[in-house]
Design a binder for this molecule. Sequence first.
Ligand code: FES
Length: 365
Amino acid sequence: MAVPQSRSVWSRILDVASLAATPLAPSHYLELVSPLRATHTLNARVEAVHDEGDGTRTLTLRPGRGFRSHRAGQYVRVGAAINGRVVTRTFSISSSPDRRDGCIAITVKATPDGKLSRFLVHDVRPGAYLTIAQAQGSFVQPEGAPVRPLFVTAGSGITPVMSMIRTFVARGTMPDAVHVHYARTGETALFATELASVAAAHPRYRYVLVTTREGHGARARFDRAALDALVPDWQSREAWACGPQGMLDAVEACFAAAGRAQHLHLEAFHAKLAPRDAKATGGRVRFGLSRADVEANGQTSLLEVAEAAGIQAAHGCRMGICHSCDVTMVSGCVRDLRTGAEVNEPGIRVQICVHAAAGNVDLAL
Ligand code: FES
């Protein structure tokens, strides 16, 4: 394929600049004047912010060059420098990949212990730059044959499903879909007005808003009886569920009991951890490549231990899915926080976001 002339010229300018800019790549200098054109890192400019109420905000981001389009339902890692330290977290993309302006939207709820979420909801302004990564995740609609989806969402767990619904609308491919969404009140239900309009315009989409504090009585919580009543044909549907762990556990149990576990797709906010073991001891963690030695307890993930020590460790989902945080364990022992199982094989790759020290451990980080 022919390289566009403008790109070719640009590439040659970068080549020449490389010689003068060593040891920093020209992209580092370019980032100072035009962050979206940097090639050594991926940035995004905040184009707009929209307060959704209830401590939640939608940010419209313009990704820099090199960002590949996402699939509806995927998440993206976003980072910002807060008090001199880069903090990154993942957020589901709430917009459709078919947006014409090349932007993506994330809808973030500020959580009390969420340094980045509070910054994005309360402090960030249009024109600010954030770091991002390529979109990831398998919580997506299947390619090819259409399915009859059932969506079960709660709170801000609606965001990846919102991307799917907006995509159906944008493409004119709305399937026979039922969407049960749980919110505390009608007023705090995210995207309720937009979804009611979608339902009015697309009879194949049924939106069921269940308010947990406004008199839905026995149906206010997810369980088999409530699902039978709200969606009588649910056993003939493929289901996608996203929300707090308690709700996901209930959905999972319901589908497993009905023999439909293979028709359920789950997206959690956090890793599902084993119950805390009060007797779990930590140890001394050696981050060999960073020349750091720190004490760690047996409950805190090695990723958090590294970050607290000022070490920037690569990571993505922070919940044991993407393997971006894998690090070689040179020696020692770690504990899988999801299962409680201990691992002490030297040379093994460890997901540091879901493992903690179980005694002394030496990591190639
Ligand atoms: S950050 Fe994704 S598995 Fe650890």
